[in-house]
Ligand binder design. Structure first.
Ligand code: B4P
Length: 194
């Protein structure tokens, strides 16, 4: 089972990724988590990208592509994976598609969480109160949304054209959204259910 989960910042990608990965017993690869851990641990990469993340900008494609390629080569990805927050640019799609084509292991389905802009903004402002993430300020959230719309919306169109995009209404409780995702995957990939 090789899956992607996409959606605006705050759409619930990280939240839903946990339940999906558990159901299919596959690892989740969250580029956002990887980058935050590099920043927390003050690695060489972390110090370089700290400013970008804090300001809601993307980490350069070459850096991101290399990190994901190395992670996908680990043995635990052999029977599948869930990519959370990658690919986000056309160049990332090109690199991922080429790598997977080489191994003859294409993406099976792409979950696209749909949540109105005003809802995601209020979710992220709420998370800011709880977690204090540096990029969850009103100003940076607005910038992240704009970057998402400019760069990541075309990525979704790519998967829609391939007939792999599963649009999911991301408004509702975490459990309601999870049920919609599982139902959509069960109808799209019959026989792959947990
Ligand atoms: P991410 O970590 O992917 O940040 P995100 O888009 O905000 O998603 P996240 O997973 O945290 O939030 P979620 O929607 O689950 O990326 C962070 C940064 O890393 C990027 O800005 C960029 O700088 C860099 N980066 C990452 N990937 C990159 C790439 N491929 N290329 C370049 N740069 C990259 O949830 C948000 C909140 O909503 C949570 O608090 C949750 O509790 C709440 N929530 C979830 N579901 C809900 C529901 N149903 N109802 C109410 N609240 C809900």
């Amino acid at each position: 089972m090789r899956l992607l989960i996409m959606g605006a910042p705050g759409a619930g990608k990280g939240t839903q990724a946990n339940g999906i990965a558990k159901r299919y017993d596959i690892p989740t690869i969250s580029t956002g988590e990887i980058f935050r851990s590099e920043v927390r641990n003050r690695t060489t990469l972390g110090r370089k990208i700290d400013y970008l993340i804090q300001n809601g900008q993307f980490v350069p494609d070459d850096v991101t592509n290399e990190i994901v390629a190395n992670r996908l080569a680990q043995p635990d990805c052999g029977h599948g994976f869930l990519l959370d927050g990658y690919p986000r640019t056309k160049d990332q799609v090109r690199v991922l598609d080429a790598e997977l084509a080489e191994r003859n292991t294409p993406i099976d389905a792409v979950i696209a969480l749909r949540v109105p802009r005003e809802d995601v903004i209020s979710r992220l402002l709420k998370r800011a109160e709880i977690e204090g993430r540096a990029d969850d300020t009103a100003e940076v959230i607005g910038k992240r949304m704009d970057i998402y719309e400019a760069w990541t919306t075309p990525v979704m169109a790519h998967y829609r054209d391939q007939g792999k995009l599963l649009p999911i209404n991301g408004v509702g409780s975490v459990e309601e959204v999870q049920k919609r995702i599982f139902d959509a995957l069960d109808s799209f990939l019959p026989g792959e259910g947990a």
